[in-house]
Write a protein that binds this ligand. Structure first.
Ligand SMILES: [Zn+2]
Length: 254
């Protein structure tokens, strides 16, 4: 077994038949395992709200929302979701509310999608280039997980959270490996903060840094001190794959 941990011992949820999330089996790095395990340990008593199995119709709306988001390059409207999911317009509203209660999406005042992890309508530091579309990701791990979720390769344009210098990442093998990282020593800070909404707690601090030095300088300046772990880009890609790889997967798909 190539994994660095026994996947059976780690917390995960079967989100649909035969598909569990996170997918611990893609973690070959001990540091990536520590990151994901540390995340759950830090959040004991306040489990990620997405770590709950959805009803089939809610799952269908969730998958339709994310696939449309990627295809359109922006948040789908309710009408788009109704058409794609073939669920009655009167039911989609309550299903979106259910997804929101699980911190899988958020809605604006008009009830339209404003974010669906890993994507957001907000302008963030993390731009994802997928095919002809460019989308914003909520955090560095979300950005890295997009490729595995869509089973396609992506390019990420972001910046160092300390100096603002350019950080660029491209994937290969349908998001399973890194094609290029600029600068080569760029790292990710994986923050453990969680208040029930990832978008407002951990996401703003899960960021890219141009170097270990800049990650250290940033962390030392944080008050109060932050809890989290540093990941190389390859380790961060593994964590992104573990969290987002299963999201659109159906039993029997690779
Ligand atoms: Zn920097």
């Amino acid at each position: 077994m190539a994994t660095a941990t026994d996947a059976d011992d780690q917390p995960s949820v079967e989100i649909r038949p035969g598909i569990s999330r996170p997918d611990w089996s893609v973690l070959t790095s001990p540091q990536a395992c520590r990151a994901l395990a540390g995340r759950f340990a830090a959040r004991s008593g306040l489990l990620d709200r997405w770590a709950i199995k959805l009803e089939p119709d809610a799952d269908r709306v969730w998958r339709a929302t994310l696939q449309l988001y990627a295809d359109l390059g922006q948040a789908p409207t309710r009408a788009d979701i109704v058409a794609a999911s073939r669920i009655a317009v009167g039911d989609v509203g309550s299903l979106l509310d259910s997804l929101r209660s699980h911190d899988l999406i958020d809605l604006d005042a008009a009830g339209e999608i404003k974010l669906a992890y890993p994507f957001t309508q907000a302008s963030t530091a993390h731009r994802i280039h997928v095919g002809d579309n460019t989308l914003n990701a909520l955090c560095a791990i979300d950005a890295l997980g997009v490729a595995a979720m869509l089973q396609t390769d992506i390019a990420i344009s972001s910046s160092c959270h300390r100096c603002g210098g350019v950080v660029q990442v491209a994937t290969t093998a349908k998001g399973r490996a890194l094609k290029s990282v600029v600068p080569v020593d760029a790292v990710v800070w994986y923050d453990f903060a969680y208040d029930g909404s990832a978008a407002t707690s951990c996401c703003p601090a899960i960021t890219f840094f141009c170097s270990v030095e800049h990650r250290c300088l940033w962390l030392e300046a944080q008050m109060p001190k932050r809890s989290g772990i540093e990941l190389t880009m390859d380790e961060a890609l593994q964590v992104g794959r573990a969290i987002f790889g299963p999201v659109l997967m159906l039993n029997g798909s690779s």
